[in-house]
Design a protein around this ligand. Structure first.
Ligand code: S3P
Length: 170
């Protein structure tokens, strides 16, 4: 199995920020699966969903996971909120689930200075009631997919990153 740290969790939980801090602390590179996909097809996520549908996006996630498994090692990987559903998530690296309550996630997004932009770019956040349902449905699945769970709510990113380092034996 590649020696990557793979962060999974719901939209807005802070996977990207945590990955960048982890990378800084461990002298690794951080990459993000949504960024990989956007550069692979030269299209924003929102546009991929609108033009080709969610299932086309999920196929791109699977291609990204296959590439991670085959070719990427020693890297911190932040993922889109649904990436954990790829069929080889466990073979992409050590999988860490970042946990927060849905109330805290939604209030953080709503109160963010760039709230409008943050919501606009995420097709599955357009209806917040539906997003809550999705969270409830996914929660046990995130836990099933992960090697470790780390609570992020009310904690500093650095503290979270340090816990991940301890858990992964980096
Ligand atoms: C998605 C989460 C998004 C992005 C896409 C679908 C999901 O990533 O991959 O909009 O299914 O939860 P973030 O978790 O970075 O927002």
């Amino acid at each position: 199995m590649p020696d990557n740290i793979v962060l999974i969790g719901f939209m807005g939980v802070g996977k990207g920020r945590t990955a960048r801090t982890l990378a800084e602390l461990t002298d690794r590179f951080a990459i993000d699966t949504d960024d990989m996909i956007e550069s692979m097809v030269k299209m924003k996520i929102r546009k991929i969903f609108a033009k080709h549908g969610e299932s086309a996006f999920r196929q791109l996630e699977q291609r990204t996971a296959d590439w991670l498994e085959a070719s990427v090692s020693g890297t911190v990987v932040s993922t889109g909120g649904g990436f954990f559903m790829v069929n080889n998530i466990q073979r992409t690296g050590r999988v860490i689930y970042l946990h927060s309550t849905v109330e805290s996630i939604i209030s953080a997004i709503k109160n963010h200075p760039k709230a409008e932009k943050k919501i606009k770019k995420r097709p599955l956040l357009q209806d917040l009631d539906k997003a809550k349902e999705l969270y409830e449905k996914r929660l046990p699945l995130y836990r099933q997919a992960a090697d470790h769970e780390v609570v992020v709510e009310g904690r500093k990113i650095r503290e979270v990153a340090e816990q991940i380092i301890d858990l992964s034996g980096l």
